[in-house]
Design a protein around this ligand. Structure first.
Ligand code: IDC
Length: 402
């Protein structure tokens, strides 16, 4: 597949159907009453010929007014929902290695990840306008809401839990109103082993699954990037958290992080996740993260992806970046192009890190960009320009399947 190979051995990084009979009868009754009112007010209109003509006109007018009134009483999303990703594709599930839509057709998420919403550089973009710009101008159909467990203002390291949860809820609300899919990302990183904050994770996902059990667009990502721990340790955490989520949300897609910063195995050549996946649950996907500016990633990870897919493991790139794994360095379009070819060919979904103006290469906005939506090309970083172009091209290529 055109990726150079290496032999290094250690790893280090989303109708309204009231009772129709009731509505019809109510409409007819309202129509009769309305015609009576017209007759009483303007008797001249009641000459048989004039009356017939005006009755027709009146009916047309009535239907028009009632339609407007009905639409006006619906939530804004229902009115404009005809062509949102969610209205077209509905609830997603996993079939074989593929993500499929409610009609069973293969479906690919083209997502953008927020930066950590515990920081202003992430939080500032949790707005409906930001997400709408991504949906309408970038061809994005999903948002990943990254909630760091540790670090400054982290959920498990002194952050205000209820404020952070309400930020996640806001993000889900905006994505839902826009008909986009939303990933709730429990962003473990420096904490390494997901079991470190198991109790908080259990409580967090209980709250989230209770709240979102009837949503069609919510996806749970239970541990961003486990590191320094074995697959059996991650697996045991995952089985417990999946059980917690499934108690309320019976079928939403759940993403499980994998060893060594979500690289499907703890060494360059080991594939313990594909060799020993979680059994007994449906709609589970496993994450693979890559950074295009990290040449080693492009050297060994594509083979691991191919191995996993051949073994029937549903893989999702819940995070990738154009930069080096540090978030810095330079972007690598050649590697990124190879990755997109491979991922698109295999219907693997992807989310780019990150929607931010933080002064680092992986940010999609220039650090000088103060706007939180409606960005012009000159507001975008080199990574942002490339990603926007790639996502729009992919959406166009997919046509009605997008
Ligand atoms: C980075 C942020 C950076 C922050 C750092 C530490 O871009 O601003 O200082 O985290 O919290 C990942 C992680 C993701 C990293 C990203 C780039 O999932 O949290 O974000 N990265 O380093 N894995 C590989 C790279």
């Amino acid at each position: 597949m055109g990726f150079p190979r290496v032999t290094v051995k250690v790893l280090n990084s989303y109708g309204f159907t009231p009772s129709e009979n009731d509505t019809d009868e109510k409409n007819r009754q309202e129509g009769r009453e309305s015609m009576e009112r017209i007759k009483n007010r303007w008797p001249s209109l009641c000459h048989p010929r004039v009356a017939r003509k005006h009755r027709r006109l009146g009916t047309v007018l009535l239907v028009f007014c009632l339609t407007i009134a009905t639409l006006g009483s619906l939530p804004a999303t229902t009115v404009s929902a005809a062509s949102t990703p969610l209205s077209k594709h509905g609830k997603l599930s996993v079939k074989g290695t593929n993500l499929v839509d409610s009609k069973g057709n293969t479906f690919q998420l083209r997502g953008i990840s927020t930066h950590g919403i515990n920081w202003d550089v992430g939080k500032n973009y949790v707005t409906k306008k930001s997400f709408k710009t991504l949906r309408d101008q970038w061809g994005v159909n999903a948002i990943r809401l990254s909630l760091y467990t540790e670090g400054y203002n982290g959920y498990c390291s002194g952050g205000n839990k209820s404020q952070l949860r309400s930020l996640v809820n806001k993000g889900v609300k905006y994505a839902t109103e826009l008909g986009m899919y939303a990933v709730i990302d429990w962003h473990i990183l420096s904490d390494g082993n997901p079991n470190t904050h198991y109790k908080e994770a259990k409580s967090f996902f209980t709250t989230m699954a209770k709240k979102y059990k009837n949503y069609k667009n919510v996806i749970y990502e239970i541990c961003n990037e486990p590191n320094g721990c074995s697959w059996s340790s991650i697996k045991s955490y995952a089985k417990k958290i999946i059980k917690v989520i499934r108690k309320y949300d019976k079928d939403a897609v759940i993403i499980v992080g994998t060893p060594s910063w979500s690289q499907l195995g703890s060494s360059l050549t080991s594939n313990e996740v594909a060799d020993n996946p979680i059994t007994g649950y449906s709609n589970i996907m496993y994450s693979l993260h890559f950074y295009a500016g990290e040449s080693a990633h492009t050297q060994y990870l594509p083979d691991k992806l191919t191995y996993a897919l051949e073994k029937g493991l549903p893989v999702i790139v819940s995070e990738f970046g154009m930069s080096a794994a540090s978030g810095g360095g330079s972007i690598n379009k050649t590697s990124a192009n190879q990755w997109f070819t491979l991922l698109n060919k295999n219907n693997v979904s992807y989310f780019c890190w990150s929607l931010s103006n933080k002064a680092e290469t992986c940010s999609l906005l220039k650090s000088s960009t103060k706007k939180i939506s409606g960005w012009k090309s000159s507001d975008l970083s080199a990574a942002g320009k490339y990603i926007k172009k790639k996502y729009l091209a992919r959406k166009k290529a997919l046509g009605s399947k997008a």
